[in-house]
Design a binder for this molecule. Structure first.
Ligand code: PEP
Length: 251
């Protein structure tokens, strides 16, 4: 069956020293516990290699927050999937709404990024979700369908089986407005039905679908209690070890 996952997205926060301190604090907080979920922290690129070392011998895995859409070469400032893999990282967050909105990441660019991540044995955490005005117009289902069709429904069933989906309504990210657990369950079930239509029930049932958007220690247990919510992608609340640990403990 599918995995439960709690993944943190630090975004552009924390110096290297602060990041090591946060990873160490979380590692220490988890000593003697056996989380009922996979635990992932998504750090800035320059932290990756060091944080991988910091969390060794702990249940914590590390994610990058992006990768290049090209394999290698003259792309100044870019970081390739193979470079990320060489740091010991296991996951990469792709298609985050901030990358789509501020860095012009199109369906096609994301399709390339997902392919390169998979080629380098990184697990993509592929983010989808609608804007506020799209939710208000009741267009959330068609938006997430187009996002899946545009960037990941080109994959083979075997490759699709290697990815994690994160449903993140953009109106809930960093706003304190969380989707209700009923809203989350409804759209997660819809996303799973799209996967079943495309790849069959077995692939759909084994795909982890995370919820993201102002998920915190106070609402995680309710969200995670829903049958199609397999964990969370956590922004703000992943920046404090005590809060992140409480979300992990919600499982
Ligand atoms: C995110 O950026 O993926 C996110 C869910 O942020 P927040 O938890 O702060 O809403």
């Amino acid at each position: 069956m599918r995995k439960n996952i709690v993944a943190g997205n630090w975004k552009m926060n924390k110096t290297l020293q602060e990041g090591i301190a946060l990873a160490t604090e979380l590692k220490d907080a988890l000593v003697g516990t056996t989380p009922n979920c996979d635990v992932v922290i998504g750090t800035p690129f320059i932290h990756l290699a060091t944080v991988v070392e910091t969390v060794k011998k702990s249940p914590i895995k590390v994610a990058a927050q992006n990768c290049a859409d090209k394999e290698s070469g003259a792309y100044t400032g870019e970081v390739s999937a193979s470079m990320i893999k060489s740091t010991g990282v296991n996951y990469v967050i792709l298609g985050h709404s901030e990358r789509r909105a501020y860095y012009g990441e199109t369906f096609e660019i994301l399709r390339n990024k997902v392919l390169l991540a998979l080629k380098n044995e990184l697990t993509p955490i592929f983010c989808i979700g609608e804007l506020k005005e799209e939710r208000e117009a009741n267009k959330q289902n068609e938006v997430v369908k187009a996002q899946l069709e545009g960037s990941v429904f080109n994959l083979s069933a075997t490759d699709f089986g290697k990815i994690v989906i994160a449903y993140e309504p953009v109106w809930a990210i960093g706003t304190g407005l969380t989707a209700t657990s009923e809203q989350a369950q409804e759209i997660h079930a819809f996303i799973r039905s799209l996967i079943a239509d495309k790849y069959g029930k077995e692939v759909a049932d084994s795909t982890s679908i995370l919820y993201g958007g102002s998920c915190n220690a106070g609402n995680a247990a309710e969200l995670f209690s829903k049958p199609d919510v397999d964990g969370g992608l956590i922004g703000g609340a992943s920046l404090k070890a005590v809060d992140f640990k409480a979300i992990i403990s919600a499982f």
